[in-house]
Design a protein around this ligand. Structure first.
Ligand SMILES: NC(=O)c1ccc[n+]([C@@H]2O[C@H](COP(=O)([O-])OP(=O)(O)OC[C@H]3O[C@@H](n4cnc5c(N)ncnc54)[C@H](OP(=O)(O)O)[C@@H]3O)[C@@H](O)[C@H]2O)c1
Length: 343
């Protein structure tokens, strides 16, 4: 079997470390692994399975003989170094937002538009974590019944902002429980015991950057400019796993069982629902799967869906709840699945 040289840009970050774990868990055929980060991390050790690896500083010439470069750093690092990686002959899978909306860069969720990886010109973009979570549930319903409109509210964990945000939530929680004034460095307002309806800058219409990404990336991946999306994105004081509440208007009406089946038959989606399909409440011993919650979905690969209800205020509407580990399917796992398609 062919083996590959892989570079991870941002190997000391939350997504980069998860990429290393997942490549190892899924036995990706690695000949050589090159972990890269900033000057500050040079010499630190990251684990690749049992193997400790020494982190190197990213520079233009580190990509010689690299087959795949996974970027999990910043927009600026992707802008500066991804072209150098491509010039050196590597295929780049980029987790940042920098290339996502460029017309010559495929934006790929393998279960949905995996065949587009072959249209790459050196760079393939990984969608935003909330877009992946939304589309993993929306796409099977669009295929089965047609989706006209979706109203989505997100409840996004702090790991979505990176390693400094995890620390900020922990420190603010300790300060607040000790009756001390918390320090706010990562977010514009306190996140500890709070909710921030503010993810990225607001535009002149009042939408945040995260809300714009959800709309634009969905249209690109589904190749549908007519799909109507009304998003509200909220950062919540949860360490890991994003949640979403969805209200979807379908083109043709569906029963609760049909919605349940369309979702549960889609690869990468798992339905945990309190009601059995004939509407009976499930037995007590299935309590853990009554509905998904962040604490039970962390370190899991699937997008979990629960609380499926027909919307009784609309003729063909459905509501449900979903939870996904944003570091795995929302970032690292999706990137590794893209690499697997390329091998
Ligand atoms: N977190 C998520 O759920 C998620 C989901 C989807 C997409 N993403 C995207 O994935 C990327 C990484 O996110 P994260 O959450 O892992 O962030 P993070 O925990 O803050 O880690 C950032 C990583 O990037 C490195 N880095 C920063 N600037 C760099 C530069 N100029 N050159 C090389 N390396 C640099 C850091 O190195 P040092 O340790 O040396 O500073 C660190 O390894 C971001 O673009 C983010 O938007 C994240």
């Amino acid at each position: 079997m062919k083996e590959y040289t892989v570079a991870i840009v941002g190997a000391t970050g939350l997504v980069g470390k998860e990429v290393l774990n997942i490549l190892q868990d899924r036995k990706f055929p690695v000949k050589r692994m090159i972990p890269l980060a900033t000057e500050e991390s040079v010499g630190t050790i990251v684990e690749f399975g049992e193997e400790p690896l020494i982190v190197q500083r990213i520079e233009e010439d580190v990509f010689e003989a690299v087959d795949f470069a996974v970027f999990a750093a910043t927009i600026e690092a992707s802008e500066e170094f991804a072209p150098a990686a491509v010039r050196a002959g590597a295929i780049v899978v980029d987790n940042s937002a920098h290339f996502r909306m460029k017309s010559d860069v495929p934006l790929v969720i393998p279960e949905i538009n995996g065949q587009q990886v072959w249209e790459h010109k050196g760079i393939i973009a990984n969608p935003n974590c909330s877009t992946i979570q939304l589309l993993m549930a929306l796409y099977p319903l669009d295929r089965a019944f047609g989706v006209e409109k979706v109203v989505v509210s997100t409840y996004q964990s702090v790991s979505g902002t990176g390693k400094h945000a995890l620390q900020e939530l922990a420190e603010q929680s300790i300060s607040l429980l000790s009756m001390k004034e918390p320090k706010c460095e990562v977010y514009p307002k306190r996140i500890g015991f709070n909710l921030l309806p503010h993810i990225g800058d607001f535009d002149q219409n009042g939408y945040s950057e995260e809300e714009r990404k959800l709309r634009l990336e969905t249209r690109k991946i589904m190749n549908r400019d007519d799909i109507r999306i009304s998003p509200t994105c909220v950062r919540v004081p949860v360490f890991n796993c994003h949640s979403q509440s969805l209200n979807i208007t379908l083109k043709s009406s569906a029963t609760r069982k049909q919605v349940h089946d369309a979702l549960s038959e889609f690869p990468g989606v798992e339905v945990w629902d309190a009601l059995s399909l004939d509407g009976e409440r499930k037995e007590h011993d299935e309590e853990s799967e009554l509905y998904p919650v962040p604490s039970e979905c962390t370190d899991r690969d699937e997008v979990f869906v629960g609380r499926i209800r027909l919307d009784d205020t609309a003729s063909s509407g459905v509501c449900f709840w979903s939870v996904m580990d944003n570091l795995r399917k929302g970032a690292a796992l999706n990137a590794v699945q893209i690499l697997e398609l390329l091998t």
